[in-house]
Write a protein that binds this ligand. Sequence first.
Ligand code: HEM
Length: 470
Amino acid sequence: MAMGVRLRYLPGVSSVDATAPRLIPPGVTPPDRSLPYFHALWKLIDNPIEAWPRAVYEDPFYQRRDERQTFLYACDPAMLKDILLDKAEAFPKDWMFERVTRPALGDGLLTAHGEAWRWQRRAAAPGFRPDNVAAMTPVISAAADAALARWRDLGEGARLDVSTEMTAITFQVILDTMLSGGDGIDVPSAARRITDYLETLGGITVADLLRWPTWTRVALAPRGHRALVALKATVGAMVARRRREPPRGDLVDLLMQAQDPETGRRMDDVLLRDNLLTFIGAGHETTALALTWSLFLLGLDPATAERVRDEVTEVAGDASLTHAHVERLVFTRQVVQEAMRLYPSLPLMSRMCAEDVEAGGLRVAKGTFVFIPIYAIHRHRRLWRDPDAFDPARFGPEESVGRHRFAYLPFGGGPRVCIGQAFALIEAVAILATLVRGAWLEPDPGHRIRPVMRVSMRPQGGLPMTLRLR
Ligand code: HEM
């Protein structure tokens, strides 16, 4: 550990009540030390989080060097604050992130830098203002009600893949809220293409690890490439239609009308398409996973599920949820927050250090590859009481006081923090509450849950559960 770097212990972190019953859901068992080179290389493709050594969960930071590069895993909240907020200019997104995301998302909001990023962020921001998000809640509730009605049709004892179910709901929500229904985008086929793309080209591939030319990524994954071409064509056709039609007041219009105040530039069709793909991609799978993991945890913990159900019934009775209801679902929200702590939809962010700089007391050399291992930060031995246990109470008012803002990063932090975080939380709470009020999902004892990272963190092989209706 470098001089000057101190991990701040949070109040009550070391106190675990050994007598209280605890639910420890499945997670990753870290290796005691860094894996040998070829094993680590394989893990990068198979499941990168399984390569992070125990030190990442125990120390303020962990550094590793190979012949070409220094890698820093930053876990100390003060260091993270420097990297993501106070000195964010010195830590831009890295070349590997660009190499993987740019072919799909071009120079849109997620990938752009500097001024090109700033004006796009300003253009999209009004779409995520609290009043706009509040106005979208009935649309979200309607999608949740429709899903529950479909489950009722399937009947008691039906087997569901919860992960697929949640993706279908959140995909419909993003189209209905941000894209005025998506103009005929076919949800099942678009969702299948997104999955095809994410499974093959969405993350780091062999070609990236070996630094082969970028065209080799595509050559090695024709299925993913075909899916991406089809998705771009679908969204591109929607852009062309919307240009000809009167405005509808949705995110598409906001982006179409936006103008860069510095240059006077507007979004051309390609940039508009790339941004819409960004919002579709970033805006549904992440929330679907937060819901998937929440339902998994509630399946393991019927008493907590019952508490959620009691809360929803007390707040809303049998009514479809309104924004005012959702704001009062305090415990349900804590369940979602705790699920995103144990299983963050995005378990890793990365940056590149662009100049010699100090972060949280550590000198970081220009060229260092910086990992922000959200999954490990959320289970860090010095930041969380009983870190591997499922306990929504830790997000109650008492325990939240004094928690460092950068100890909990499901949505990132600093200027590049998720633009959709308020929307996502409202969406997840409204959907979870609606589903839990009407149904109980029983875990499949024969299905082993292994969290795997494919950019996002998903249960390998899906999440089969059995439907019990209330
Ligand atoms: C539970 C759900 C979600 C999670 C866990 C999540 C997580 C994140 C994280 C960690 C980042 C930061 C990435 C980085 O700095 O490297 C991010 C950025 C972003 N997210 Fe989300 N997100 C969620 C939902 C959404 C939704 C609903 C939308 C839009 C409808 C959205 C759109 C975006 C965009 C456009 C960015 C890039 C922002 C920028 O760079 O200015 N996300 N998200």
